[in-house]
Design a protein. Sequence first.
Length: 256
Amino acid sequence: MKHILLLILFMSPFILVAQKSIKITYEQKSMYSDAFFNQIPEGSRESFRTILAKPSYFELINNGDYSLFKSINLKEEAVPSTEISTKTVIHQGTIFTPLKVFILKDFSSGISTECAVIKEKEYYVQKSFSKEALFNDNKSKVIDGYMCKSAYALNTANDTIRYWYTQDIPVIDGPFSMHDIPGLILSVESKNRIVYATKIEFFDKKLVLETIPKNAEFITKEELVIKRVDALKAESYTDEFGAKHETHSIHIKADN
């Protein structure tokens, strides 16, 4: 009888994962250096400071077989031009479009599918789950009532990225592409970014996730890089009324 009871207790967490879904809402705050903003034309600099100071919001839904991490509440913002318009040249300013994030993880195949939007066209890239060199320490803290442990990694710029995860919730998942930390990630901290859970919801049913469109265009990572470079090239066209339109992009190097 003791052996049977032990088996039931051991299997209970896995039954819970298979039968329930969980939804976590995350908020992200990013920090940028003066060197970053100095790359932006001076007339638009303060407007971009205001826009980029606002938090970004994401949602992670995990139903046991798949999980979807996506951006929510996206909103374009217009930055007026400080250049003087004339009868022949009208400066319409800059449209700031926040980055769309869509990462679908298939736990049975170990494949994640990410969506990238370039010039209003969606492209999809698939890749196998990658392994990150993680280091564990003895740090712990309570987040939203859950005891969390700490693990950290070093990125290519030697910046420490710290993950706070809980094992009180029997789910192995987290924001963006993270998948191999042994628990549910509730917070991510680095020099330039903080991501933290603001809401956790449990469901007694298996939630249906948003799927990839049937006509989705899949490309490789290398092709995606080329398309992003091409998107930065200046463009011009003449509309039906004979007015000439020009667009140009400025490449801004991200903070390390």
